[in-house]
Each structure stands twice: as C-alpha cells, then as structure tokens.
Design a protein around this ligand. Structure first.
Ligand SMILES: O=C(O)c1ccccc1N[C@@H]1O[C@H](COP(=O)(O)O)[C@@H](O)[C@H]1O
Length: 214
C-alpha cells in the first residue's frame, strides 16, 4: 500500500510549520475561519507561506467564505489549494476553482452512507473530497477531534480523489489508514497539546504512524 499523503492543519506559528516540514508532512493547512482557535489572517499567513515555499504544500481552509477573503488569502499566502469546510455546493466549488485556478478540496460531514454518497455530486467540480466527522451544530464544523465510522469509507472507490479527516491522532491513524486505504490523511486537534497549540512531538509521531501503515 502506498504511503498516504499527510496534511497537518491549523498551522499558525513558524515552530509548528517547521515541525510539520521536519516530519515530512505533505501539506500545511492555514485556517481562515475567525471562530477557530487556529485562525490566521491573510497577513499572518503571508510570513508562514514564505517559510513554507518549496518545502510543504499550502492549503487554505475556508468555511462559507466570500471571494474577498479567499482572494486576499490566496494572494498573501500563495495558496496551493483551497479546502472548503462549510456548506459550499458543487457549483460554488467549481466557481472558486475556475476563479482562483488552484485545486479545490471539499470537506463532507459524514455520519451515514447517504453522506458519503454526496461525494459523487462533487465529481468534476473539485479535485478531492475530504470525509470528515459531523460535528454538533453551533460549534466549529471541524477541528474538534471527532471521528466517524471508518467502515463507511473503507476502500472507497468514487469518481473523485479523496482523503480522511476527523479525530485522527498518533494512536489511531495507522489503523485508520489500514482499514480505509485512504490516499490522504488530515489532522488538526490530534497533534495538539491544547486547542490551537500544535505539539512537535505529536506531529512527528503522527507522520511516523502514517508511514508505518504503508
Ligand atoms: O481546525 C479547525 O479549527 C477547523 C475549523 C473549521 C473547520 C475545519 C477545521 N479543521 C478541519 O477539521 C478536520 C478535522 O479536524 P480534527 O483532526 O478532528 O481536529 C480537518 O480536516 C481539519 O483540517
């Protein structure tokens, strides 16, 4: 089984970015959602982006954001991809992909097989769907350390590339990779010591665990 690509999301400091690079993660996620404890502004992301250049991919996470914020972030942080983590439709995702000319990832909240089936509606509109756990309404739509029943996406063969998120941590990610065969894993709170505080040791352990599953 090839090694799953790794995204460490919620990078908001140079130290955590360096830790992700040292651990050979493939993507760093910058959260442009003000309610998140990991939120960064486009200006803050600009400095991180310069440090990331050529060393790790830069993914901007947005929740039902408008074009102004996305445009500022893409320009300032020279994003390599957009991750849409709200209720964006296939039409909205396709519009953003065409407008900004970079790959678009769409997170889908999963609690049932019906939720997984919605991924097909994004074929042709996005470059990747990210299956994540459903979170309780009112709180954050992600980044809460909640997982879902991985059997729902085990060896998923859909019309679009995919990845797995939700409650992944050093102690469970190898099992998640083996059980689902996911080509990509994404984590945020699972590599933190407190909400918004990344832990270099946990980032390294997470990346080692992913590789051990290959
Ligand atoms: O990380 C956040 O703060 C966040 C805020 C709003 C939407 C999504 C967010 N993070 C993404 O959520 C999933 C799961 O996170 P976790 O590993 O369970 O903490 C992941 O894709 C993050 O990128």
């Amino acid at each position: 089984m090839p090694t799953a690509a790794i995204k460490i999301c919620g990078i908001s400091t140079g130290d955590s970015l360096d830790a992700a690079i040292r651990a050979r993660a493939d993507h760093a996620g910058f959260v442009f959602f003000p309610k998140s404890p990991r939120a960064v502004t486009p200006a803050e992301a600009m400095a991180l982006s310069a440090r990331a250049e050529g060393r790790i991919g830069r993914v901007g996470l947005f929740v039902d954001a408008d074009d102004t914020l996305i445009g500022e972030a893409v320009g300032a942080a020279r994003l390599d991809a957009l991750q849409l983590h709200g209720s964006e439709t296939p039409e909205r995702a396709a519009q953003l992909r065409s407008r900004f000319g970079i790959p678009v990832w769409k997170a889908l909240s999963v609690a049932s097989a019906q939720d997984v089936a919605k991924a097909a509606g994004y074929a042709g509109a996005v470059d990747l769907v990210l299956f994540d756990a459903k979170t309780p309404g009112g709180a954050l739509p992600g980044g809460m350390g909640l997982s879902f029943d991985w059997d729902l996406v085990a060896h998923w063969k859909g019309p679009v590339a995919w990845g797995l998120a939700g409650g992944l941590a050093p102690n469970n990610v190898a099992e998640a990779v083996r059980l689902t065969g996911t080509p990509l894993v994404d984590t945020s709170s699972g590599v933190e010591s407190a909400p918004g505080i990344k832990d270099a040791g946990r980032i390294a352990a997470f990346c080692s665990a992913v590789r051990s599953a290959a």
